[in-house]
Design a protein around this ligand. Structure first.
Ligand SMILES: [Fe+2]
Ligand SMILES: [Fe+2]
Ligand SMILES: [Fe+2]
Ligand SMILES: [Fe+2]
Length: 326
């Protein structure tokens, strides 16, 4: 039995999960210009892209687990989740982004964003809504349809921004009128009836978490290159992906449980990354001659094992134990 509604180890980070995500076209970030990442081979690029999605999901999920720990009056657990969330995004994902050149110039970042939004608006969420309707999951169908509309609006704003960036004398203005709702993620069971809807919710949450991470980095790049309006557009859109889209999906998917169950899911995911995923990726990078990547991936494996240990320490302080099969 899975201990977490998010199931991010099982559904998100296995080799099978990689194939599913790539087949669904969620691996859209590789479309970005790669000024610093052209020197890694194709297998390293695929593995690092998958790793970045896992890091983004861990970052966003840990922020929600931290809020749940706050609600249970467990400030040490909440603090550990927040610190670890920071490491996953600002160290691990950041280093991996540099390896594959995820962040390009502002124009390239806008192109990548537009292609992701267009895929979500015209294909992914439309198909998910259709499937949920067919399976009688009306609430999920409604949510997927609403999000599809939001993604179309994001696409339009990025397109306007791209025009302004390409030709500053055109009179086009970078729009910044994006406002995120802050949706509370409650601890609970899934609120959908079909397994397909649940799986689609999890796929969507991975896409939202990765969109959040990319727009955060793209916004930072815009700020560093003297484009404060573009930075605002990216950062505000990032907030919609995390505090609205991801959060609404997490509620339907039952992604957050009580803290003991959240800790079990976390320990499982961190252990998988530290003992299997990153060592495998490091070995593959090394045999492909991607030595810098191999060294980053080896160091990340060590960090994940430290994370697993720290979370296990918190669980034992609570007197909790994970189910043997988890
Ligand atoms: Fe990590
Ligand atoms: Fe979006
Ligand atoms: Fe979204
Ligand atoms: Fe970690």
């Amino acid at each position: 039995m899975e201990t977490s509604g998010l199931g991010w180890c099982k559904a998100g980070l296995t080799a099978a999960g990689t194939v599913t995500l790539l087949a669904l076209g969620v691996a859209r970030a590789s479309a970005a210009a790669a000024p610093h990442g052209d020197d890694v081979g194709p297998s390293t690029r695929t593995n690092v892209t998958n790793a970045m999605k896992g890091e983004a999901l861990a970052h966003v999920a840990y922020r929600e687990y931290a809020k749940q720990a706050d609600r249970e009056n467990l400030p040490e657990v909440a603090g550990l989740y927040r610190r670890t969330a920071h490491t996953e995004l600002r160290e691990h994902l950041d280093e991996q982004a540099k390896l594959v050149g995820l962040v390009g110039d502002n124009a390239a970042n806008l192109r990548d964003s537009m292609s992701g939004e267009s895929y979500e608006a015209t294909k992914m969420y439309k198909n998910f809504a259709k499937q949920a309707r067919k399976d009688g999951d009306r609430q999920a169908a409604r949510l997927f349809s609403e999000i599809a509309k939001d993604e179309a609006a994001h696409h339009a704003k990025f397109a306007e921004a791209a025009k302004a960036v390409a030709d500053p004398s055109s009179g086009a203005v970078i729009p910044t009128d994006v406002k995120a709702k802050r949706v509370t993620v409650r601890a609970g069971e899934p609120e959908v009836s079909s397994d397909r809807t649940l799986e689609n919710l999890r796929t969507a949450m991975k896409g939202e978490a990765f969109a959040y991470a990319r727009y955060t980095l793209y916004g930072d790049k815009a700020r560093e290159t003297g484009q404060p309006r573009l930075a605002k557009l990216f950062h505000r859109t990032a907030a919609v992906e995390r505090t609205e889209h991801f959060a609404e999906e997490a509620n339907l998917a039952g992604a957050v449980r009580g803290t003991a169950a959240n800790l079990c899911a976390t320990i499982k995911g961190e252990t998988h990354e530290g003992t299997r995923m990153y060592p495998d990726y490091a070995r593959q990078a090394s045999s492909a001659g991607d030595t810098a990547a191999a060294s980053v991936l080896t160091d990340t494996a060590k960090d994940e094992l430290k994370h697993a240990k720290a979370f296990a320490g918190q669980l034992s302080e609570l007197g909790g134990r994970c189910p043997a099969a988890s």
